[in-house]
Design a protein around this ligand. Structure first.
Ligand SMILES: Cc1ncc(COP(=O)(O)O)c(C=O)c1O
Length: 438
C-alpha cells in the first residue's frame, strides 16, 4: 500500500460537519460537500475522526453502536440480543456491547473465546453455527457454553455426545427472498424435520429449548419476517404432538443497515418500522400458541455496526482508456476494495465522500465524470457492481486524495484478507462521541 498524500488543497481542509441530502438519484449528490452515514444524520464522531485521519483505517463510533443497540431494544423491549460477532470481531466493540447487556452469537470456539475475554458471561453466549466438528462442540462446552444451534439429527447426536445435557435450538429454513445475502440452502430444516430433530435431542438427554430462523442478511422486506414467523408458528403447533414446549424463539440476524446504496446509486431505504411491527405482532401470535411466554432472542450483526463504521481510504488513480468494446471509460482505483474492507462492494454501494475536492466542484456538471470504482488489487472482482455501474466522481481527483467510505462498519474487519497482493488489513480505530453527545 502506498502512503497516502494527505495534504488538502490549499485553504480547503476535510470537513467533519458534513451532511448529505436524503436519498439522491445519482452520484452527484455524493460528491457535493455534504455527507452522512444515512439520510438526515450528520457524520458526527465518525466525521471528526475521518477528517483527522491522515492514513487509511476503519473507524468505529462506539457511542453510535451503543445508541443503535438501545434503539433496537426500545423497538423490541425485553429481547435478548446476541450480537453476531462475525459482523465486527473488534474487542472494543464487543466490550461496549457486553457492558450494555448484550450477549453473543458465536460461530466457532475462537469467537467464543473472544466473547468471553470481552467480559461476556458464558450463559450470554450461544454457539449459533449449525456447522461444527465434534472437536468444536467439545471445546465450546469446555469453555462453558451450554446453548447450541442445530438443524439435523446428525448434529444433535454429536452435541449429545460432546456437550451432554446442553440446550439446543433448531434452525428452520427460510428462502432468503428479499435479502441481499440469502443464507438459504446451507442451513435450516423444514418444520417436520425440526420436530424430528428436537424429539431426538430430548431422547438423547438434551434440552429442546428453542427454534430459530435467519431471514437473510440485509433483509429488505417485512414479508420475509412474516413468512419466518408463520413457519415458527407451524412448528410450535407441530411440537404440541410430542409434548415439546420451547422456551424461546430466535429471530436471528438480517435486520438491515440504513446507509447503503444499490448498485445504481439509489438509497436502499429498508422499511424498518414495518419489520419491527411484524416482529412485535408475530411474537404476540406465537405466545398465543404456548402455555408459558416465549423469550425473544435476536442475533443482529450488520444492523448494530454497519452505519457506525467508515473507512478512510485514498485515491490511487483516476484513469481513462478504451474498453474491449471500443468505448472509452474512466476507472477510479482506490486503496481499499473487496479484499481489504469492502468485501460486499460487488452487491452494494457505499456512499463515497471526497472531502478535499468537494468544495472545488460545486454544482458544475462539467466538474464530474462517471467512473467505475474499483479496489487496488489485480483481481477484476474488486470493483463496485462488478464494474458495470459507474459512479459520478470529481474530475479533478488526484493520487493521494482522501476518500471516505460510509456505512462500512459491518463485515469490514472480518472479511479482509491477510495480505492478498501484499496489501495488509486496515488498522482499526474505535472512537467515542464527547460526553453527552451521540
Ligand atoms: C447464525 C447467524 N446469525 C446472525 C447473523 C448476522 O446476520 P446479519 O449481519 O445479517 O444481522 C449471521 C450472519 O451470517 C448468522 O449466520
Amino acid at each position: 500500500m502506498t502512503t497516502p498524500h494527505t495534504g488538502a488543497p490549499k485553504g480547503r481542509g476535510a470537513r467533519s460537519d458534513l451532511r448529505l441530502p436524503p436519498g439522491g438519484r445519482d452520484q452527484r449528490q455524493q460528491t457535493r460537500t455534504r455527507a452522512t452515514a444515512f439520510p438526515g444524520t450528520p457524520l458526527g464522531t465518525l466525521g471528526h475522526h475521518l477528517a483527522a485521519s491522515e492514513t487509511d483505517r476503519v473507524i468505529y463510533d462506539l457511542t453510535g453502536i451503543e445508541h443503535q443497540y438501545d434503539t433496537l431494544l426500545a423497538e423490541l423491549p425485553g429481547t435478548d440480543i446476541r450480537f453476531a460477532l462475525k459482523a465486527c470481531p473488534v474487542d472494543e466493540v464487543l466490550r461496549c456491547l457486553t457492558e450494555r447487556g448484550a450477549g453473543f452469537d458465536a460461530a466457532s470456539p475462537a469467537e467464543i473465546r473472544q466473547a468471553l475475554s470481552a467480559g461476556a458471561p458464558a450463559d450470554r453466549i450461544h454457539y449459533g453455527n449449525t456447522v461444527k466438528s465434534d472437536h468444536d462442540i467439545a471445546e465450546a462446552h469446555r469453555l462453558g457454553v451450554r446453548t447450541f444451534a442445530t438443524d439435523s439429527v446428525e448434529d444433535v447426536t454429536a452435541i449429545a455426545a460432546h456437550a451432554p445435557g446442553a440446550r439446543v435450538f433448531c434452525r428452520l429454513a427460510t428462502t432468503g427472498e428479499g435479502a441481499l445475502w440469502g443464507l438459504n440452502r446451507k442451513f435450516g430444516c423444514a418444520p417436520e424435520d425440526a420436530v424430528r430433530v428436537l424429539v431426538t435431542a430430548r431422547a438423547a438427554g438434551l434440552v429442546p429449548a428453542g427454534l430459530s430462523v435467519h431471514v437473510g442478511s440485509q433483509q429488505m422486506t417485512g414479508e420475509a419476517w412474516q413468512r419466518a414467523l408463520d413457519s415458527l408458528a407451524e412448528t410450535l403447533v407441530a411440537l404440541h404432538g410430542p409434548g415439546i414446549a420451547p422456551d424461546h424463539v430466535n429471530l436471528g440476524g438480517g435486520l438491515p443497515a440504513r446507509g447503503y446504496l444499490d448498485r445504481r446509486g439509489n438509497p436502499l431505504d429498508p422499511p424498518l418500522d414495518k419489520m419491527f411491527a411484524v416482529i412485535r405482532e408475530g411474537m404476540e401470535r406465537l405466545n398465543g400458541l404456548t402455555a408459558a411466554p416465549l423469550r425473544l432472542v435476536m442475533e443482529p450483526g450488520r444492523h448494530l455496526v454497519a452505519d457506525h463504521g467508515a473507512v478512510r481510504a485514498h485515491v490511487y488513480r483516476l484513469t481513462e482508456r478504451a474498453q474491449p468494446d471500443g468505448t472509452r471509460a474512466r476507472w477510479l482505483y482506490l486503496s481499499t476494495g473487496k479484499f481489504n474492507g469492502l468485501y460486499e462492494m460487488d452487491r452494494i454501494r457505499h456512499r463515497l465522500v471526497f472531502p478535499t475536492r468537494a468544495d472545488d466542484v460545486g454544482e458544475d456538471d462539467e466538474a464530474y465524470v462517471p467512473a467505475v470504482v474499483a479496489g487496488p488489487t489485480c483481481d477484476s472482482d474488486d470493483a463496485y457492481g462488478d464494474g458495470r455501474h459507474p459512479v459520478r466522481v470529481p474530475r479533478a481527483l488526484a493520487s493521494g486524495d482522501p476518500v471516505w467510505i460510509l456505512s462500512a462498519g459491518a463485515y469490514a474487519t472480518s472479511y479482509t484478507t491477510q495480505g492478498f497482493n501484499g496489501i495488509r488489513p486496515l488498522p482499526c480505530v474505535c472512537a467515542r462521541a464527547p460526553e453527552g453527545q451521540h
